[in-house]
Design a protein around this ligand. Structure first.
Ligand code: PGA
Ligand code: ZN
Length: 426
């Protein structure tokens, strides 16, 4: 057969922060190849599958991945050589069994994921299909609404903001192309506004501005001004989304809002977010509570009862079991999906499937450490996910995903911008 895996070449490359990561290429018998690179987080959830590194302090401060590459080129290759690359589920099962641990600590989630994604790409190439068509079949029709992060704080910037991400959400655009144009124009109007007020216009890890602000509310006011300068309406056209990443400032049952010198219980925190939401056109709140504060999550979900997205990232870590717990406790209504939180394509697709069965919105997401690989753009379309989060509209590792979606919109007339569907739904 021509579709069997006959070779694997894995290498150590660098991600957008200049930290080593894994690139893996899978080769099939007829010479067709597929490759993938793995992203990496900074505000990583404790329940994520393990990202394995060499820990050799003589190289890259211990962050090298030469052992991962060696394992892929030898042990993993031996285990999946000769198998039809289209048997994704079977191949992922072999990889999980080879690891044999709950959090993939033996081989590393980064190791397994690079092979899992490269296999999918090789199979799509073998079938002569675009990746989204190969993964999603003929039922894929949605281009996601981008959650574009244009002010960075928390662990992604060296400024005073507690909230990690301030995003704009072009729900009112008619096409993906229009959505991206709006976001870029808002970004540059924001830059002018910041400059005029002597605020720094240097950027953080995800390409958003990393200025210092008076408090956590002020960036929202700036975003609203920039949206209006672009002659757009902040309720109808472009709303605000937040990733609070609250786990990062939670300790001893308290949320410590350093920029405002406040220390909150989960009830106070819920109240704080509700006030923000009532004051501003907020579309979604991600990780408003810490990863294990289930009680806090229930408070938040009970207090915000309109159609605001309450999104679990560190809470769910793309893990079916944690999502199921959240569904039972009514902890949220949406889930962030990050392939490397769980470590294989099959498990990611299963989590998306579970979310959809319980009417959770799925937001396919990048990591703060990224590469030029645009796999998540295809994954969003393949799974008809209403949203994608890929950082700012600057820096190529962020834009590779948005650019892929721009190209898909132009080349496949059957694809529809999710904004149209979302507005029909509400
Ligand atoms: P991370 O941040 O990739 O640093 O974890 C992204 C997020 O929290 O959504
Ligand atoms: Zn997050």
């Amino acid at each position: 057969m021509m579709n069997e895996i006959i070779n694997i070449n894995s290498f150590e490359i660098l991600d957008s922060r200049g930290v080593p990561t894994i690139f893996t290429e899978v080769v099939l018998e007829n010479g067709i190849k597929g490759s993938a690179s793995v992203p990496s987080g900074a505000s990583t959830g404790i329940h994520e599958a393990l990202e394995l590194r060499d820990k050799d302090l003589n190289r890259y401060k211990g962050n090298g991945v030469l052992n991962n590459v060696k394992v892929i080129n030898s042990m993993i290759f031996d285990a999946i050589a000769g198998i039809d690359a289209r048997r994704q589920k079977d191949i992922d099962k072999i990889l999980l069994d080879l690891d044999g641990t709950i959090n993939k600590k033996k081989l590393g989630a980064n190791t397994i994921l690079s092979v899992s994604l490269a296999v999918a790409k090789a199979a799509a190439n073998y079938e002569k299909k675009e990746l989204y068509k190969y993964l999603g079949g003929t039922l894929s029709y949605l281009l996601p609404i981008p959650l574009v992060n244009i002010i960075n704080g928390g662990a992604h910037a060296n400024n005073n903001l507690d909230i990690q991400e301030y995003m704009i959400t072009p729900i009112g655009a008619k096409t993906f192309q229009e959505a991206i144009r709006w976001c870029s124009e808002i970004f540059y109007n924001l830059k002018d506004l910041l400059k005029k007020n002597n605020y720094s216009t240097s950027v953080g890890d995800e390409g958003g501005f990393a200025s210092n602000f008076k408090n956590n509310e002020e960036p929202i006011k700036y975003l609203l001004k920039a949206i209006k300068m672009t002659k757009l309406n902040p309720e109808r056209d472009v709303m605000i989304s937040l990733d609070v990443a609250a786990t990062e400032f939670y300790a001893n049952k308290k949320y410590k809002i350093s920029s405002e010198d406040k220390s909150f219980t989960n009830l106070d925190m819920s109240e704080y977010l509700l006030k923000l939401k009532n004051k501003f056109p907020i579309f979604s709140i991600e990780d408003g509570m810490a990863e294990d504060d289930w009680e806090g999550w229930s408070h938040l979900s009970n207090s915000i009862t309109d159609n605001t997205l309450i999104v679990g990232d560190d809470l769910f870590v793309t893990n079916k079991k944690r999502l199921l717990k959240g569904i039972t406790r009514k902890a949220a209504n949406s889930i962030l999906i990050k392939l490397n939180q769980i470590g294989s394509l099959t498990e990611t697709l299963e989590t998306i499937d579970l979310a959809k069965r319980y009417n959770y919105e799925t937001i396919i997401s990048h990591r703060s450490g990224e590469t030029e690989d645009a796999f998540i753009a295809d994954l969003a379309v393949a799974t008809n996910s209403m949203f994608i989060k890929s950082g700012s509209v600057t820096r190529s590792e962020r834009l590779s995903k948005y650019n892929r979606l721009l190209i898909l919109e132009s080349s496949d007339k059957n694809l529809v911008y999710s904004g149209l569907v979302y507005n029909e739904k509400i």
